[in-house]
Design a binder for this molecule. Structure first.
Ligand code: S3P
Length: 179
């Protein structure tokens, strides 16, 4: 097995991929990439604008294109958008160069976090009843997250540093298993 130098964080919206990814990258001295930010740069518009003007399918095309590109990088932590698991090809790309870690938390914590950010930032949750939407999407996506990786971390009772430490250990043990 070839050593993988990247860590890709997957998981539902509001599970902390960006905050944790940035801290992890600093600790491990790796570059940090937020896939959604690359999409916004490529499209020259915000995620809500892409959804509103071009539709979700176009957004997923950008996501796939950029996922392929970042999978060719080395020594980076990649924070993926919550829907990255919907296209298996994305997971296949990521797995070529990254250890995949899935962050999980409760629907209540997700709701609190997305409310703090403003639900208009997340087009899929910008609905009259975002709590119900979260529960429904989580139920639908659970098998996709489970199939994507064996490494799952429930972040609901952990601090950022505790999560980062858990990921560091997983990454190091995966590195020593590879040869
Ligand atoms: C999405 C998650 C968002 C963003 C887009 C779609 C999803 O990213 O990619 O709004 O389908 O779950 P975050 O998980 O970073 O919020």
């Amino acid at each position: 097995m070839i050593k993988k130098s990247n860590i890709a964080l997957i998981g539902f919206m509001g599970t902390g991929k960006t905050v944790i990814g940035a801290r992890l990258a600093k600790l491990l001295n790796k570059g940090f990439i937020e896939l959604d930010q690359l999409i916004e740069r490529k499209a020259s518009k915000s995620i809500p604008q892409i959804f509103a003007e071009d539709g979700e399918i176009r957004f997923r095309e950008y996501e796939m294109e950029l996922c392929k590109e970042v999978s060719q990088r080395e020594n980076v932590v990649i924070a993926c958008g919550g829907g990255i698991v919907l296209n298996k090809v994305n997971i296949d790309y990521l797995k070529q160069s990254s250890i995949l870690i899935c962050l999980k938390t409760t629907p209540e914590v997700i709701f609190q976090r997305i409310s703090k950010d403003g639900k208009e930032k997340r087009p899929l949750l910008n609905k009259p009843d975002p709590k119900a939407e979260i529960k429904q999407l989580l139920k639908f996506r659970a098998p996709f997250y489970n199939a994507a990786t064996e490494y799952q971390i429930d972040t609901s009772k952990l601090s950022i540093d505790q999560v980062v430490e858990k990921i560091r250990k997983i990454f190091e043990s995966a590195q020593t298993q590879a040869f």
